[in-house]
Design a protein around this ligand. Sequence first.
Ligand code: GLU
Length: 299
Amino acid sequence: MNGAGYRGRFAPSPTGPLHAGSLLAALGSWLRARRAGGQWRVRIEDLDPPREVPGAAQVQLATLAAFGLHPDGAVIRQSRRSARYQAALERLLDAGLAFECHCSRADLAATGGIHRACVARARRPDPAIRLRVADGCTVAFEDAVHGRIEQRVDLAVGDFVLRRADGLWAYQLAVVVDDAAQGITEVVRGADLLDSTPRQILLQRALGLPTPRYLHLPLLVGADGRKLSKSEGALAVDPARPLPLLRALWAALGQAPLPAVRLEAWLAAAPAAFRAEAIPRGPVPASAALHNTDATGAP
Ligand code: GLU
């Protein structure tokens, strides 16, 4: 860990209130940053208006505050940063690393949606822009929890979208531009994004940007073994009683219980006690995490 030079972030999409799974990412990234004596940034990833719920970002920020997770610096919103994404896209197009693509979903059905060559039957007025992924392209990285991860990007995802045909920016481009612009040194987030990381590293290389370190947290899963969804009440997020959920998430991160019985004391003690080595590779059943909490109910 590199002390005051450390910068982490939490980057929620404002598609609804924070659920236990997203709070796990918030807590994990906050713990890692505070433990390192570094900064913790919050970025609202509001790039997909059809999926967004009006007012959700404000509710998410209020929930973080109720849980005592306070960001350093201004909260940024991706919806106001199109010019940066456009500039990055133009660099990639100018360098011949990205290309216009007229293929529709139906055109790519035969290859399971993976694009290796343009097979469009018709030109579209609104082509997507994709990053060219070379044959045999392999990206490997060392995850702090999962160890070495390697992906054949050409086979797993193919030439991937940077700007969608509907004009919206793809998450992969925006996240890379913003992690670099915010000087993020380590990305801590849920393991559902492990397989996005090789694409992000490819883009960092194509844009001449540094690659941060990565730590992917275990996913909380419901009784059916699937990623905890917003509708599941197994670990309800009650901003009026943050401590029971913080204790549950702490247990889900494989950490030994802390004695503190009040929120401020718990938050003050947690970073120093936090051991990244104990984080399970997961998935972690949400119900087990809940049963690990004590029932003091202290706020
Ligand atoms: N916005 C993404 C989400 O809410 C997280 C992206 C990231 O942490 O890289 O799932």
